[in-house]
Design a protein around this ligand. Structure first.
Ligand code: KG4
Ligand code: ZN
Length: 359
């Protein structure tokens, strides 16, 4: 090949910019998550968790979480930049979780994002935490087929969403009417003395138990809505354990974990698959901390395969709260030409799921 031709810049070189390099900041609960994404490529996912500071209280203490975010923010940003091999000057945009979440915890992330945006003269995107849980999947499995259905289950939320376009519209189809799924795992773990957070411990112990040993209730399983309820299940587990203890009988912890977990995942997968069928949607995405649950993943796989639905579940580290998910959504917003948020964007602890980015 003639070198003159080979060395000539491509005529479209200016018209096709590099995919945007985006910094994502997540502080809605107890994880200070900093992610760096170029387009749909994950370059860094640094997480500093304050979970151990909350363990003795059996749940996240908002003030403790806020202070921990404040201390972790700058070192975690630098760790992410080092891992990604980029500098602050290379960034094209900053994205931050604007809500929903703990007000004080969100404030730390939003204030930090505003500071980076102002100092570096970069567009700022205040994004919805739930949309970020959906967008993260593109980092692992490529472009998301839209519309799709997303079941997001964590300590703070249990939502079934119709995702028409994750950069613009998501519609709620159902949600928990009381406890979030992760909250139920945490409360049951607490009554069994398994520590906090309880989900991973229940998941681990359930592997050695019989999921049919105890028939716990499946609330709202047969009604027409896509809502779920876990408060009655949690109480049923507590009553069952108390009755055993009062009778001086041994509590088979592994069986309780397996049977409780089965009740939760039976309802979640049953409702999600029914919603896909009713809405004529061919793709189900799972996200949120509880999507790290091994039985939820395997039952969802089984039921989706039987119903001809494609299942997408990010790896466990991308299901729990992290900054990569915020950066992934930010990169999609930049690529879609979405308008940035104003610099006075608020931290919105009750941000509506239909709002993907603060205007
Ligand atoms: O998404 P996440 O990290 O934070 C919130 O937004 O809440 O989710 C944390 C929740 C906790 O309730 C934790 O117990 C639960 O996810 N969780 C699990 C598992 N890993 C984390 N629940 C069940 N099985 C797991 N393997
Ligand atoms: Zn979350």
């Amino acid at each position: 090949m003639c070198s003159a031709v080979r060395d000539r810049p491509a005529p479209y070189a200016d018209a096709v910019p590099d995919p945007p390099l985006v910094l994502g900041i997540e502080t809605s609960c107890d994880e200070t998550g900093i992610g760096i994404v170029r387009g749909t490529t994950l370059l860094a996912d640094a997480v500093a968790s304050s979970v151990e500071e909350h363990a003795r209280f059996g749940g996240v203490v908002p003030e403790v979480a806020s202070r921990a975010h404040l201390e972790a923010m700058v070192p975690t940003v630098h760790r992410a930049l080092d891992t990604a091999g980029v500098t602050l000057g290379d960034l094209d945009a900053v994205a931050v979780t604007a809500g929903p979440g703990l007000a004080g915890a969100l404030l730390v992330g939003v204030a930090a994002a505003k500071a980076y945006s102002l100092a570096l003269d970069l567009p700022l995107y205040g994004v919805n935490h739930l949309a970020a849980h959906v967008a993260v999947d593109v980092l692992e499995h490529g472009p998301l087929p839209e519309p799709c259905l997303a079941m997001l289950v964590s300590g703070g939320h249990s939502s079934l969403l119709l995702v028409e376009d994750v950069t613009a519209t998501m519609s709620p189809l159902g949600a928990t009417v009381d406890d979030a799924a992760g909250e139920a795992f945490d409360k049951v773990a607490r009554l069994l003395g398994l520590g906090f957070p309880g989900g991973p411990a229940v998941d681990r112990l359930a592997k050695g138990g019989d999921r049919q040993a105890i028939s716990f209730p499946r609330s709202m399983m047969r009604d027409d809505s896509y809502d779920v309820s876990f408060s009655g299940l949690k109480t049923a587990v507590a009553r069952w354990v108390e009755a055993r203890q009062a009778a001086g009988e041994h509590v088979p912890v592994a069986d309780v974990c397996a049977s409780f977990q089965e009740a939760v995942v039976d309802v979640l997968t049953g409702k999600a698959v029914r919603a896909c069928r009713d809405q004529g949607i061919g793709t189900l995405l799972l996200g949120g901390g509880v999507a790290a649950n091994s039985r939820l993943r395997s039952l969802a796989e089984q039921r989706c395969a039987a119903a001809g639905i494609a299942l997408r579940v990010p790896r466990p580290g991308l299901c729990t709260d992290n900054g990569a998910m915020v950066a992934a959504l930010g990169a999609r917003l930049v690529a879609a030409g979405a308008a940035p948020s104003p610099l006075d964007l608020p931290a919105d602890s009750a941000m509506d799921v239909r709002v993907v980015v603060s205007a």
